[in-house]
Write a protein that binds this ligand. Structure first.
Ligand code: DLL
Length: 437
């Protein structure tokens, strides 16, 4: 296979060259950080009162971590390093789990971010002849405008369709010959189910590729979407605190996500001891943004669980690859003392062919104990007059889950299309246990 690079010099730079670049950019980031109310205090307390205190990349570890809590405390301007008149855009988290957090950009910040998204899209083999339908939420969420700008930078025809409304999405795909889409993996699974319902066949479409991200999903989910839609699916990782999408992305080898290390420094730590994890992980990903002036963020604890692959990638890029994100440390459920990530349940469900694309995880209190219920959709063939078919499948799913997660779940089977649909990030876990227990 031949590989194409958007920025060949930077994507294949030697590790030494990359580290020299990172050191220079880290000093710039510290210079900008010292101009913000938050870091002026935090960095000086840590003895870093000027960028010159950063002598080597190892000095990064002298910088204290930044958390979501810090960002909330700093709302609205505690992390702003430039005069407000120079800010040209802001993005914000929804604030559904607390006070909102806001990231500001100046013009150059936006250009740099766009460059990383363009580089990511190009790494999957797309070019200016592609027609790109951006089926994700526009607005304060970074997925819409971030991908939009990256696609335009490459010269693709970008259709800003936004999330939802599958009927209109299909019409746009057919009218304009869409070759690439971007969506959450859960919306892509829903698209496939809707295609069947609306009689749209793969042959009616020119679709070849999809970028799927913004939420965790398993390798089996990727395979399922690829098989059902006959396309290539590329994993896309990012977070608003680090601009948005375009932080790490899969290349055509689909074997880990290249972290764009000229824009972001990645570390993997043990979330309990906060010490670095050897051999690349697994552990919590910590990121330092090297490519934004308006809102510098240093050593941000993402809460995302990942790690680095060893060794080079066949594509020739020298930027290290992250494992598929398994989940967030704060997503972990403790069920009767056993730790469980929702992704472990998804892995089992998606590996069973007869189980549908949608599922929910419900946790309740039953007396003193926790009760886990997995609700999942199955095809019409199971709902016959003979309840033995249904019960046999239910039992098989239960046993397979129990063997994998060591918890005995209750399994409920639902008809296709009856569980809630998610246009944005899926909310698959309903933890109904009282919060103070
Ligand atoms: O989700 C940015 C984005 C937009 C990424 C479009 C990819 C595509 P936030 O809303 O701030 O930003 O959410 C960031 O989503 O910390 C992860 O927990 C999760 N996440 C994002 N991408 C992935 C992925 C955007 N590929 C949070 N796999 C992150 C697993 C992901 N989790």
């Amino acid at each position: 296979m031949t590989y194409q690079y958007w920025n060949p010099g930077m994507e294949t730079i030697s590790r030494r060259g990359l580290e020299a670049w990172q050191l220079e950019k880290l000093r710039c980031a510290v210079r900008h950080a010292l101009r913000t109310p938050f870091y002026a205090k935090r960095l000086k307390e840590a003895g870093i009162d000027s960028p010159e205190r950063i002598k080597t990349l190892d000095d990064l570890r002298r910088i204290p971590f930044t958390t979501k809590h810090d960002l909330r405390e700093g709302f609205p301007y505690g992390f702003l390093s430039i005069p407000k008149e120079q800010v040209v855009r802001l993005h914000a988290s929804s604030g559904t789990t607390g006070a909102p957090t806001t990231i500001y950009f100046n013009k150059e910040d936006l250009m740099r971010w766009t460059g990383f998204v363009a580089r990511s899209i190009y790494a999957t083999g797309c070019n200016r002849t592609d027609v790109f339908q951006n089926m994700i939420t526009y607005g304060l969420f970074t997925g819409g405008l971030g991908f939009h700008a990256g696609g335009e930078e490459i010269g693709m025809l970008v259709i800003p369709s936004g999330a939802g409304n599958t009927t209109r999405q299909f019409r746009l795909m057919q009218d304009f010959g869409t070759t690439v889409v971007h969506a959450t993996p859960s919306f892509l699974l829903h698209v496939e189910a809707k295609m069947r319902e609306e009689g749209v066949t793969r042959e009616n479409l020119k679709l070849r590729k999809a970028f799927a991200g913004a939420e965790p999903y398993s390798e089996d989910t990727r395979k399922r979407i690829e098989e059902l839609l006959a396309i290539d699916v590329y994993n896309s990782y990012g977070l608003s605190e680090m601009n948005g999408p375009g932080v790490a992305f899969e290349c055509q080898c689909k074997n880990g996500l290249h972290l764009w290390e000229d824009g972001y420094i990645g570390e993997i730590i043990n979330p309990e001891t906060l010490e670095p994890v050897r051999e690349g992980g697994p552990g919590e990903l910590v990121l330092t943004c090297l490519c934004r002036e308006a809102t510098p963020i240093l050593r941000y604890r993402t809460r995302d669980l990942s790690g680095f692959y060893n060794g080079p990638c066949a594509c020739g890029r020298t930027h290290r690859r992250l494992y598929r994100i398994k989940g967030r440390t704060d997503d972990m459920l403790i069920i009767n003392g056993v730790n469980l990530f929702p992704s472990q349940i998804e892995e089992v469900i998606m590996s069973m062919k007869e189980v549908g694309n949608n599922y929910l995880i419900v946790v309740e209190k039953e007396g003193a104990l926790d009760r886990l219920t997995v609700q999942t959709e199955v095809g019409p063939a199971v709902f016959t007059d003979d309840s033995r078919v249904l019960n046999a499948l239910k039992e098989r799913i239960r046993k397979t889950l129990q063997a994998s997660i060591t918890i005995n779940p209750k399994v409920e089977l639902h008809e296709r299309g009856s569980l809630p649909i998610f246009e944005g990030k899926a909310k698959r876990v309903h933890d109904k246990r009282p919060k103070d227990v």
